[in-house]
Design a protein around this ligand. Structure first.
Ligand code: NAD
Ligand code: DAO
Ligand code: ZN
Length: 370
């Protein structure tokens, strides 16, 4: 079939919105009509050329929601008409990783997904001339139709609005999951969140949900304060307004250091500050941000010897097919908020404007509605 897609033709170039060819689903694959997709920093990371694993031409997008149109042979858990969220972290429920409760990093299709291919090693997308176009993160939601492995689709309730719950496909789950699945924050905790963007705001609301007492937000941009307060932040710190070292300031503010700190900036210097502002003896620091290629973290080992713990999290430690439908329920039941974070919506034709809004810092989330 012919579909409309925004094609990433090369690093640093704008997406080209055009008609491309999409082959139907093969065994254990599903054709999904994408109804809405968020534009995330990871798409920008790849499009900019900073992602060393970035491949072109490709159809980016990994934060979508849509409807099953057709299922390939062997698909048993989905049928046409089901509402779904594609998962860049699949959940096969049978691989060594899925069977280990300590991780959510299903590896069953990791190799081909990383090469922009479906599990059988081929692409379903091509130009009208027949030249292959690569998939991206196994999802390629910057297309009004896409083909996704069955194990990379979470079935969600049919009354959830696509233009809001698409954000659960990455940002919401990553932020809330970092709190609940990775840190396992206890009621009454003190926490510090570095970076109050699309991920950090969801860490804040995760902390509020977990019953944290003190939720400190740290951002260089003072305009982030108002929205962050709406999502549960109790104290705002702008590092550029702190005299001297930020670590002792934050340790003092949290009465000895935070029980949990979260990096949602991707800056390795911030990651060090986050680790060192965690409480001596038990403080845990969770890295969410994705640092530039080749960047390294450092601290004095004595920080760990004296009980601080450094951890990282991908997709909030969530097992998508199991956890994403529950997070959709939380949204529909009013336990979490999404709407205020969707600051802009646009048709696919204007997708490059969504990237411009991200660069200028004007948007939290732009959503393409098909
Ligand atoms: P964003 O740009 O919306 O937010 C980043 C925020 O950090 C901004 O508000 C910015 O002002 C602030 N900031 C930047 N430098 C700072 C500094 N030195 N000190 C304090 N604040 C600073 O980005 P986002 O969409 O929220 O994503 C955050 C990070 O999370 C990115 O690195 C992204 O790639 C990563 N991410 C990780 C996962 C995962 O599974 N681990 C998933 C999605 C995104
Ligand atoms: O299993 O090796 C692997 C890859 C897991 C990918 C996790 C990606 C998380 C960070 C990227 C941000 C996604 C939007
Ligand atoms: Zn698996």
């Amino acid at each position: 079939m012919e579909v409309r897609a925004a094609v990433a033709v090369g690093a640093g170039k704008p997406l080209e919105v055009t008609t491309v060819r999409l082959e139907g689903p093969r065994a254990f694959e599903v054709l999904v009509e994408i109804k809405a997709t968020g534009i995330c920093h990871t798409d920008e990371f790849t499009l900019s050329g900073a992602d060393p694993e970035g491949l072109f031409p490709a159809i980016l997008g990994h934060e979508g929601a849509g409807v099953v149109v057709e299922v390939g042979p062997g698909v048993t858990t989905l049928k046409p008409g089901d509402h779904v969220i594609p998962l860049y972290t699949p959940e096969c429920r049978t691989c060594e990783y899925c069977l280990n409760p300590k991780t959510n990093l299903c590896q069953s299709i990791r190799a081909t997904q990383g090469q922009g291919l479906m599990p059988d090693g081929s692409s379903r997308f091509s130009t009208l001339d027949g030249d292959p176009i690569l998939h991206y993160m196994g999802t390629s939601t910057f297309s009004n139709y896409t083909v996704v492995p069955e194990i990379a689709l979470a079935k969600i309730r049919p009354d959830a609005p696509f233009d809001k719950v698409c954000y659960i496909g990455c940002g919401v789950t990553t932020g809330i999951g970092a709190v609940i699945n990775t840190a396992k924050v206890e009621i009454g905790s003190r926490a510090i969140v570095f970076g109050l963007g699309g991920i950090g705001l969801n860490v804040l609301q995760g902390l509020r949900l977990a019953g944290a007492d003190q939720i400190v937000g740290v951002d260089l941009n003072p305009e982030k304060k108002e929205m962050a307060e709406r999502f549960g932040m109790t104290d705002f710190v702008n590092p550029s307004e702190v005299d001297g070292d930020l670590v002792p300031y934050l340790v003092n503010l949290t009465k000895g250091g935070a029980d949990y700190t979260f990096d949602a900036t991707g800056n390795v210097n911030v990651m060090r500050t986050a680790l060192e502002s965690a409480h001596k003896g038990w403080g845990e620091s969770i890295i969410i941000g994705v640092a530039p290629a080749g960047a390294e973290i450092s601290t004095r080992p004595f920080q760990l010897v004296t009980g601080r713990v450094w951890k990282g999290t991908a997709f909030g430690g969530a097992r998508g097919r199991t956890d994403v439908p529950k997070i959709v329920d939380w949204y529909m039941d009013g336990k979490i908020e999404i709407d205020p974070m969707i600051t802009h919506t646009m048709p696919l034709e204007d997708i490059n404007k969504g990237f411009d809004l991200m660069h200028s810092g004007e948007s939290i989330r732009s959503v393409v509605v098909y």
